[in-house]
Design a protein around this ligand. Structure first.
Ligand code: ATP
Length: 363
């Protein structure tokens, strides 16, 4: 039987594949407290260990080290069915020969619930995912988005204390993905079930989660709210992953108690230093393309950079301009401006939107 909880605690959860003692850890020391009702996104590039983390929590993979607790109860040696978590997979994993209502009710049937209660709960779950009119269809007669709704209904019908979702929207086309994102947020709002959601998609994590866990190479890089992950990445790896695509090598010098990075053609006065412990000296200034803008070449702008436009990608309201400075530095600017390939331009960024990280962290 599922145990409800106030806090799910992951302590040093580690998983190595292979028997060698020095086998690299796919998941290395994941420590995290998840509170009841939270929507947590595990975000990171392919291969960073997100699915491994989810499978360890679900009980589908044994831990190599660490422990998992629901309040005082240690659950990492319990089989998946005794943890009682709901799972939603990327490929839906529906039974193709069963109708929608049979798919959704299967878990309840296995738990030996009486038929009338199964019927009632299945109907409620299908209403919640807005599939009440499709109960007798087979999965093959439904669209990808509808099948994913069935999978979500099947996970929530057992009223699990925790719902685990592994890239549930990856197989859907772009428009459906956006619609289902809103649906998932709505369902979470209505049910308030604690949810752990694995994704490599920054926008999905930012728009769905209460807190985001950013992972790289099996390790947690940062855990925080979407606003902090977006605006104040803890290190260069998180900044890169969150779209701080422009990187300028600068020299950080102490000026009246604050760090002022200077580089060829750039003087970023008043720039925010992302890491308190930034050493004086070589550093990397990171700027998002949508936070750079074109400026007049003559004006008195402190952090103006001169460059030549190389390519322009048109996106409708804005374009993405790829520029190159005289020093060969490539810059990306996302703007509604109208420059063309070959144009000499000047660009800038607000000093408080430039983040500076120690350069030794850069590869
Ligand atoms: P993706 O989004 O591509 O699924 P992920 O972040 O979910 O990536 P994992 O699937 O957790 O990453 O994999 C993490 C690391 O563990 C990868 O380097 C992967 O090659 C390795 N790995 C995963 N499963 C196994 C396995 N069964 N045997 C050996 N190595 C594995």
């Amino acid at each position: 039987m599922a145990h409800d909880f106030a806090t799910l605690r992951l302590e040093g959860v580690t998983r190595r594949f292979g028997t060698a003692a020095d086998a690299p850890a796919a998941l290395d020391g994941l420590t995290l407290d998840i509170r009841r009702g939270e929507f947590i996104a595990l975000l990171g590039p392919s291969g960073c260990g997100k699915s491994t983390a989810l499978n360890c929590i679900a009980g589908l993979l044994p831990l190599s080290a660490g422990s998992i607790h629901l309040d005082e109860l240690r659950v990492d040696s319990l089989p998946p069915e005794r943890r009682g978590f709901g799972m939603v997979f990327q490929n839906y994993a529906l039974f193709p020969h069963m109708t929608v209502s049979k798919n959704v009710g299967f878990g309840l049937l296995m738990r030996g619930l009486p038929k009338d209660e199964i019927d009632r709960r299945v109907r409620r779950a299908l209403d919640l995912v807005q599939l009440g009119a499709h109960v007798n269809k087979l999965p093959g007669q439904m669209s990808g988005g509808q099948q994913q709704r069935v999978a979500i209904a099947r996970a929530i019908v057992i009223e699990p204390p925790l719902i685990l979702m592994d890239e549930p929207l990856s197989n859907l086309d772009a428009k459906l993905r956006l619609e289902m994102r809103t649906e998932i947020r709505r369902i979470h709002g209505e049910l308030g079930r604690t949810t752990l959601y694995v994704t490599h998609d920054q926008d999905e994590a930012l728009s769905l989660a209460d807190r985001i866990v950013v992972m790289k190479d099996g390790r947690v890089q940062q855990v925080d709210t979407p606003a902090v992950i977006y605006g104040q990445p803890a290190n260069l790896a998180v900044a890169r992953f969150m779209g701080y695509r422009n990187e300028l090598m600068v020299e950080a010098t102490e000026q009246g108690g604050r760090t002022e990075p200077r580089g060829p053609g750039i003087r970023l006065v008043g720039t925010r230093v992302a890491n308190e412990r930034i050493p004086q000296g070589r550093a990397v200034a990171c700027i998002r393309p949508d936070e750079m803008f074109f400026v007049d070449s003559g004006g008195d702008v402190a952090n103006r950079i001169e460059a030549i436009v190389e390519t322009v990608e048109y996106y409708g309201r804005e374009s993405l301009f790829m520029l190159r400075t005289a020093d060969g530095v490539r810059l990306f600017v996302r703007s509604a401006g109208g420059a063309r390939p070959g144009d000499a331009v000047s660009v800038s960024a607000a000093a408080d939107r430039v983040l500076v990280y120690p350069q030794e962290a850069a590869p």
